[in-house]
Write a protein that binds this ligand. Sequence first.
Ligand code: CP3
Length: 369
Amino acid sequence: MSDAIVESAAATAGDKETGASRFVRACLRRPVDRTPVWFLRQAGRYMPEYMAVRKHHSLLEICRTPEIAAEVTITAAERLDVDAAIIFADLLLPFTPMGLDFEFVAGEGPVVHTPVRTLEHVKALRTDRVEELQYVARAIEKVATHFSAPRADGDTLGIIGFCGAPWTLAGYMIEGGKQGGGDRNYIETKKMMYSYGPAWSLLMEKIVTVLVAYVQQQIEAGADVIQVFDSWVGKLSVRDYRQYCLGWTTELVQRIKALGVPVIYFGVETASLLPAMSETGADVIGLDWRTPLEEGWKAVGAGCAVQGNLDPIALFAQEDVLKEQVREILNGAAGRPGHIFNLGHGIVPGTPVENVIRVVELVRELSAR
Ligand code: CP3
């Protein structure tokens, strides 16, 4: 018997006692009966049920009304029959109690009205009103109650809370305007960062303080795992990430882990950044779709679990291509404990729901041990 199998058998016996879900076990690199699967942005605009709710409520209304946020979260997880539900919220919600006004402008994404550009602006940011974000925790409680009973296969659904990473949130705060386009150079953000003066360090410190308190509310409400989104970390060189961001991100990850839950750390265009990202000590690294899974796993090291990483646009492909790509990702993981199947970035509007459901079926079929 190989060492891996001996280790598997021992860990499985322990897990039966802890009763952790398949998803949480995979985050901790424990053996599972099959690869757990969920999707980034699984409750988004591609889904008719979400659009029906969206007709009557703005994005922020949905986020700030626990009944509606819980309903949207539950509907998506049940329709897709995935192994984890990510709470419906947005990265930018903590801006409001920090004193930064923003809105979602149709076709433009988030806009911060008075961007943070000076030390005085940073000093004015509040860190003492995180209680105002309790609506997210109330929504998590509702989702956790709904999914408290095991499903037909005996497994309990994992519940994911989330927050942004310091770099990605600072980018929205400092740039202020249209975000998410590949054309953005992050000039203002990098100017503040390169000065590495009191403005950058105070901003990073305030963001971490707010996020730890916010995430603690989510965990107390029932989040099993926290995902940290560093969506725009790929805009940084490895040297700049190491010099200006890694320390703060590590502090955030370590303080969340100290609250007793596994952390998934996800970024986009991270091929060169993966070894540094794994130094945060995150339990799981989310791989973007550009890196072959096996290569990505090598880059983060065997001490980390990995999540990913189908190209979200492959969901527009026909059955044989979809099956081939799902199979390749599962082959890349080779049944080693510690793989969570996901996309390598969020589902985009227009994605056929039936193809998303088909991927869940394929993962089940092809990964059963
Ligand atoms: O997975 C889910 O169930 C959705 C929950 C969710 C939302 N935002 C709701 C949302 C999550 C996990 C997020 C995180 C988030 N928010 C990220 C990181 C995720 C990633 O893809 O990297 C980022 C970068 C943001 C900031 C943000 N929010 C942007 C850039 C936009 C505009 C995007 C667009 O296409 O317009 C949003 C809006 C937003 N947040 C939408 C949803 C479902 C779509 C807009 C809507 O419904 O009106």
